[in-house]
Design a protein around this ligand. Structure first.
Ligand SMILES: C[S@@+](CC[C@H](N)C(=O)[O-])C[C@H]1O[C@@H](n2cnc3c(N)ncnc32)[C@H](O)[C@@H]1O
Length: 278
């Protein structure tokens, strides 16, 4: 495993993923009934944007820092405010919260979360970042093994975040098999799967295969410049299985602002695709 999220923390892909994650969590909080979050690839929890990795890649500069630097969010301002407030609360612009800290901040006393992280140093950092909190558990385990073990949660309400590094050739296959098995055991859950869109045909085939298993899927893509060989990742996406009904409307407002503010060059755009519904 070579992947270190510290190089990418706060980049445009993190912004898309975490902004959507916050909207789903806020929706889950509408009802008093408890919910559970299962984060299969949790990372270290808190990232130093002034540290050597982030400074070397500079990715946060073209990502979250553009939103924090007073960029005009327009109509999306209200919908992005809870995410940006959490980022500031975690210590931005110097520090950036990963998905576990974002989740933890939005749990109520009755809610629970389980975070899986395979890399021992990242799992250790994560435990430190979460502190003592009986609502959350960080487990040093393969995320797909964890998913199999932890669904269905007793609460029967909640969210699974699948956010692998995609450094293995069989990552799509593993994510699909694991998601399919989880859906069989917990058909009522909401699942958010992150993907880098490097090969559009592969990304599309994955979304269609998932939609064949769970016919209510929403896909969002964010492209910050026209993809070119040799350039850094330019397009990223999320597939959301069983999205909250308000999410599509919210993303229609959020995505244009993100594409505008984080554009790296010509060709910045976004797409929203619904699978499985007329
Ligand atoms: C993209 S990062 C996660 C970022 C995090 N979800 C966030 O949004 O802040 C992927 C993480 O998965 C971890 N990882 C890699 N393979 C794994 C596996 N099989 N199971 C669990 N974690 C894994 C990596 O060490 C890395 O920390």
């Amino acid at each position: 495993m070579n992947y270190r999220h510290a190089f990418h923390a706060g980049n445009f892909a993190d912004v898309l993923k975490h902004a959507a994650l916050v909207r789903v969590l806020l929706y889950l909080r509408h009802k008093d009934k408890p919910f559970r979050v299962i984060d299969t690839h949790a990372g270290g929890g808190l990232y130093d944007l002034t540290g050597p990795e982030a400074a070397r890649s500079g990715e946060a500069r073209d990502g979250v820092l553009r939103l924090l630097d007073g960029g005009d969010l327009g109509a999306a301002g209200e919908l992005l405010a809870p995410y940006l407030d959490l980022v500031r609360a975690a210590g931005a612009p110097g520090l950036y919260p990963g998905s576990p800290l974002i989740v933890q901040a939005l749990l109520r006393p009755q809610d629970r979360a389980i975070f899986c992280e395979l890399l021992p140093e990242a799992a250790r950092d994560l435990r430190r970042a979460l502190g003592r909190d009986e609502r959350v558990k960080a487990v040093e385990i393969d995320g797909y093994t964890g998913l199999k073990a932890y669904v269905p949660p007793v609460e029967r309400r909640g969210l699974v975040l699948i956010d692998p590094p995609f450094e293995r050739r069989d990552e799509y296959e593993r994510a699909f098999d694991s998601l399919k098995a989880a859906l069989r055991k917990w058909p009522g859950g909401t699942y958010v799967i992150w993907q880098p869109v490097k090969e559009p045909d592969v990304a599309e085939a994955f979304c269609r295969a998932v939609a064949a298993e769970a016919p209510d899927c929403l896909r969002i893509d964010l492209q910050v410049e026209a993809p070119q060989p040799g350039r850094p990742l330019a397009r990223t996406g999320l597939l959301i299985v069983h999205p909250p009904y308000v999410l599509e409307r919210e993303l229609e407002i959020i995505l244009p602002a993100l594409a505008r503010l984080m554009a790296r060059g010509p060709g910045a755009e976004f797409a929203i695709t619904r699978y499985g519904r007329g």
